[in-house]
Design a protein around this ligand. Sequence first.
Ligand code: SAM
Ligand code: SF4
Length: 355
Amino acid sequence: MAFETHWYGTGRMSGLVSSERASLGPMVDPFGRSIRYLRVSVTDRCDLRCFYCMSEDMTFLPKADLLTLEELDRLCSAFIAKGVRKLRLTGGEPLVRRNVMSLVRSLSRHLSTGALDELTLTTNGSQLSRFASELADCGVRRINVSLDTLDADKFRAITRWGDLDKVLAGIEAARAAGLAVKINAVALKNLNEDEIPALMRWAHGKGMGLTLIEVMPLGEVGIGRIDQYVPLSLMRARLAQQFTFTDLDETTGGPARYVRVAETGGRLGFITPMTHNFCESCNRVRITCTGTLHTCLGQEDASDLRKPLRASPDDALLGAAIDRAIGQKPRGHDFIIDRRHNRPSVSRHMSVTGG
Ligand code: SAM
Ligand code: SF4
């Protein structure tokens, strides 16, 4: 794939009225936040069915609705031209999209030119044995692998049919290829709550960070969220009885807050959308595999970028549509889970928006 279209410097904007002109500077939202981080769901499909993420009988999008890999490349490149410095591919499971490595390879040109600081992905690890060395070869340096338990039976129960050994082999393949791996685990009531210390010791013992995530009320999954949700404030207090934490200043502009764990020497993160408001420093937006832009994970806001993308071979309309959407980025989310709000706050599943 070779896409070199940018909407500025091409001299092709003359047919636009001024309100449709894309801005040339970085994307800054109405609250003064610069948008530097783009997360792209390359597919809504997955080879697993984690019970907090998808219902067992998920209906997936018709393949014809998806952007092609070339279109995804063009869309990502448009955002990079507008100041995005970090790009994360996600899904669904990004590594089950056919030929996804051609997209990774093609996007890696932005690393070579210095336009992009980081190209990374979030994966369930099931396909990593196949792709780890090629990812490293494309300039991917760090990846996030989602893993909620080290118990094979629990893993099967959580993912409905997943094979833990395959994921562990994938993680080893990634480490062998020189990729830094961070483990993400969703804290799940009565399921892995008690296992978090062991999971942390295991991850830190291999030099991998661990980040805990609170269940978010995204999409109908056939079970009430109150049955899944553990507040991480509670989890942190429990862990602090066994471990010594030192707060770290590092942030990714996102929802994670990190501590250094004295006993393991490793880094532990807490992603607390439910108990801590992180929106004031939000630097990110998301696009789905159909080209819908969501400027906030926790709101129903959506802008269609597929139409302007397809309407014209240059990126002027697309750039203007991006600017309009960024100009309406909400201040923040309003997630609530309690007994009165035991329904999805947002109807999109995480696998659609891109976790
Ligand atoms: N399939 C890949 C994976 O599992 O890493 C990437 C997509 S997945 C949707 C991204 C992350 O979202 C995973 O870490 C998953 O655990 C998390 N996730 C999915 N549904 C969630 C929910 N309702 N609340 C919190 N985290 C969720
Ligand atoms: Fe698939 Fe990831 Fe969702 Fe699990 S969390 S069902 S691996 S998309």
